[in-house]
Design a protein around this ligand. Structure first.
Ligand SMILES: CC(C)(COP(=O)(O)OP(=O)(O)OC[C@H]1O[C@@H](n2cnc3c(N)ncnc32)[C@H](O)[C@@H]1OP(=O)(O)O)[C@@H](O)C(=O)NCCC(=O)NCCS
Length: 152
């Protein structure tokens, strides 16, 4: 037995192995999809992005984004409101729009990595804490994983 980086020769074997593995988890993907997955990588699991802005006249005062991912999950990212506009419900509106976009795309579960001090904002939108990532994007900066099921 040896472990080696994937070579072209092993692609068909890995294609079969991955589909066998996914099937044990109730997920069925075609050989063609798996071939694309092995050639183009995990980026094909990103099905789309949606950016939202909050505007006052012509000025952009807040933003949020949604990354739709295979299989039927989405990540909320980039929630930010300009300091002068905080505590007036702008983030609430951005979150409502983001979650509504997830419903439209038939997302089953939506999640976000959030600062612990902001988690209450997400809790108020039905998100529950599912874990903690320590020193994740920056040293000393922990993030909570919060998620909400839109359907079971
Ligand atoms: C967090 C942030 C997006 C909130 O924006 P906002 O427009 O001020 O939020 P809202 O006015 O819509 O407030 C929504 C609710 O969250 C609460 N909240 C807002 N900011 C909060 C904060 N920093 N900590 C805890 N609760 C907060 C509000 O009290 C409000 O509760 P309510 O609906 O019961 O009154 C904004 O402070 C920000 O841009 N912070 C810097 C970037 C950041 O932390 N982004 C989040 C990454 S996870």
């Amino acid at each position: 037995m040896k472990v080696a980086p994937l070579s072209k020769r092993q692609e068909p074997g890995l294609n079969r192995l991955l589909r066998e593995y996914w099937e044990t988890r109730g997920m069925r993907y075609s050989a063609a999809y798996t071939r694309r997955y092995l050639r183009e990588g995990h980026r094909i699991e990103i099905l789309g992005d949606r950016f939202f802005v909050a505007v006052d006249g012509q000025e952009v005062i807040g933003c949020a984004s949604v990354v739709f991912q295979e299989p039927e999950v989405a990540e909320l990212r980039d929630l930010f409101v300009r300091p002068a506009w905080r505590n007036r419900g702008v983030a609430n509106q951005l979150l409502l729009a983001s979650v509504a976009a997830c419903r439209t795309r038939k997302v089953r579960k939506v999640f976000a990595l959030v600062f612990p001090e902001v988690a209450d904002l997400y809790r108020a939108h039905g998100f529950r804490e599912e874990g903690r990532l320590r020193s994740h994007f920056a040293r000393g900066e922990d993030l909570l994983i919060v998620a909400r099921f839109l359907r079971t």
